[in-house]
Design a protein. Sequence first.
Length: 70
Amino acid sequence: MKLTSRLKEYRARERISQSELANRVNVTRQTIGFIEKGTFSPSITLVLKICHEFDCRVEDLFTLEDESNE
């Protein structure tokens, strides 16, 4: 299973840079970039902080996909 996100889409819609979001949730800009690329799976705490920033549900922003379907 692989965690995928719509983080980049949400950031673009709200016109928030990676750096700005990173500052808001207390991580590095690189961490936000890695989440967007799918190369880093954030902790549940970080997931909840990000969802709080966008006032959305976890399911709206993150999904778990079966890697065998790729």
